[in-house]
Design a protein around this ligand. Structure first.
Ligand code: NDP
Length: 316
């Protein structure tokens, strides 16, 4: 089943990158169709307090921030489809975007499907998410003033998060499952030199412990000795990497080895003209709501200018 209408722009993904692209492109009269996904809103939907998004002096919850952006995008004419994209065909013009059996067509695409933090896979880490468990120190460190927290991971993210957390926490335990680190030498050394960070090696997290309301600690296992112990902690930060949501673009768009979409440096152009990528789906480094929103704005401007440069010079 194919929709007859050819959209000027389809935006896939509805976090701050997609919604900012929608606000800009709707104001530019591109009448974007946003396919927002069945779990719309992205990572901010699981973030309680956002205190670092400029413009909200007293903070705002993640879901409220998304709801406000969505209303703003709607006000200028963005249309929303709360479904998941199942397949894309970018070798055809107009581009084909499948949502189950329905095919939507568009002359341009902005991809803002984001990335998801990797979880250990423990049922209790989900139960206590935002109740002590977090996957973003930049977002949540300030809520852990003068208490002891843990970080799991051995890459640059773990080093960075542990170091950042020491600005607030009284002590940071860094749990790593081996003695070999993926982290760069310089970041590892910086973390090692920090007197507030204690490295706990060859250790896996068996369970996040809690009292039903908040987490209270971790059950740990030393994988060399087999010893199991419990550690009281008020916070626990997952820093074992992120997974960009790019499965449906595999073999279609250029990606790096970790699966992040490649964009032309300083722009949001992918390797296919007319297809743009914004936000965490193409950014393994910053991963902030504000940087995602900024790159959503860039994608809309890149898209408008790309249209202008086409022979017809119009959106449809
Ligand atoms: P990485 O993939 O580099 O590291 C992930 C770490 O988590 C590894 O130590 C891995 O252990 C561990 N891990 C993975 N799964 C599990 C699990 N199930 N249980 C326990 N431990 C686990 O991811 P990062 O997010 O750290 O970094 C991603 C990229 O971003 C890198 O290129 C990095 O350099 C970059 N980055 C750069 C920064 C900067 O320059 N400021 C800051 C942050 C990231 P193991 O080694 O055993 O597999």
């Amino acid at each position: 089943m194919s929709e007859n209408k050819v959209e000027s722009l389809i935006i896939i993904g509805s976090g701050p990158a997609g919604l900012s692209a929608a606000i800009y492109s709707a104001r530019a009269r591109m009448e974007p169709l946003m396919i927002e996904g069945e779990e719309a809103g992205g990572q901010l939907m699981t973030t309680s307090e956002v205190e670092n998004f400029p413009g909200f002096e007293h903070g705002i919850t993640g879901p409220d921030l998304i709801a406000t952006m969505r209303k703003q995008a709607e006000r200028f004419g963005t249309r929303f489809l709360t479904r998941n994209v199942t397949k894309v065909e970018f070798d055809k013009r107009p581009f084909q975007v499948h949502v189950g059996p329905t095919v939507y067509q568009a002359n341009s695409i902005i991809i803002s499907t984001g990335a998801s933090a990797k979880y250990l896979g423990l049922p209790t880490e989900k139960q206590y998410y935002n109740r002590g468990v977090s996957a973003c120190a930049t977002c949540d460190a300030a809520f852990f003033k003068d208490v002891e927290v843990g970080v799991v991971g051995g890459g640059d993210t773990a080093m960075e998060e542990a170091s950042f957390l020491t600005r607030f926490a009284s002590k940071v335990y860094l749990f790593h499952r081996s003695e070999n680190f993926k982290a760069s030498k310089i970041m590892l050394e910086r973390a090692r030199k920090n007197p507030k960070i204690e490295f706990v090696m060859n250790t896996v997290i068996e369970e996040v412990l809690g009292d039903g309301k908040s987490m209270t600690g971790l059950r740990l296992k030393n994988i060399i000795s087999g010893e199991v112990s419990e550690k009281k902690l008020q916070g626990f930060f997952l820093a074992i990497g992120h997974q960009p949501n790019t499965k449906i673009f595999s073999g279609i768009l250029d990606m790096n080895e970790a699966g992040y979409l490649k964009t032309k440096p300083g722009t949001t152009f992918t390797n296919i003209p007319g297809v743009f990528a914004a936000g965490d789906v193409q950014d393994p480094h910053y991963r902030q709501a504000i940087t995602a929103a900024g790159s959503g704005c860039m994608a809309s401007l890149d898209c408008e200018r790309w249209f202008e440069a086409q022979e017809e010079g119009s959106y449809v």
